[in-house]
Design a protein around this ligand. Sequence first.
Ligand code: SF4
Ligand code: FES
Length: 197
Amino acid sequence: MSGIPLKIDGKDVLAQEGMTVLEAARSAGISIPTLCHHEKLAPVGCCRICIVEASQRGASRLIVSCVYPVEADLVVTTRTEKVDRIRRTLLELFLAHAPDSPILGELAREYGANRDRFDKEPSFCVHCGLCVRYCAEVKKKHAVGFIDRGIWKEISFVPEIAAKECGACKECFPLCPTSYLQAVFVLTEALAFPKER
Ligand code: SF4
Ligand code: FES
C-alpha cells in the first residue's frame, strides 16, 4: 500500500504524500488545536498553538504541525509536558489581548492557562490573519488587511472595497477567534464607508 507511515499518539497512520502532520493527525481522528489554520488557506504557521513533539531516529524536536510535512517513521506526540507548557503560555499571551474570546477561554480551561498572568492589553486581535488571508486567497477581494507593524499591527478594512463587497459576503466573520473583526467592520461601516450620492 502506498503512503507515508508514521505514528501519532501511539497510533499507526498512513498519510498521503504532501500532507502536513496536522492533516495526517486529523485524518486519523486525532485533534490538535489551531488558531491560524484553515483548510482553504495556504498554511502560514504563525500562531504556534499547533506545536507538537516529533522524534525520528532517537532525536526529538518541536514542530509546527500545520506546516510540517509528514515524513516516514516520524513519531509524533501531540500532548507532552513541554507542548502543554508552550500552548499554555501562548494562550496566556493571547488572552491578554482578547480576554473575552470564547475559543481562547475554552482552550485556556483545557490547558490550565492563567488568564491573568500577563497585563491586559485588549487590542482584541491575536493576529491569526485568517480574515486577511481568507479575503485575499478565497474571495480575491483584499477588503481587509494589516496596517502597521510589530505591537502596533492591526487589521483594517479598506472602506472603498468593503462598502462594495462585504455586505453580501461576511464569510470571514465566523473565522475570527476573538469576534473583533465584526466590531471593526461595524465601525468602518459607520465611520468610513463612502456616502451614497
Ligand atoms: S481580526 Fe480576528 S480573524 Fe482577523 S487577524 Fe485578528 S484575530 Fe484573526
Ligand atoms: S495553527 Fe499551526 S501555527 Fe497556527
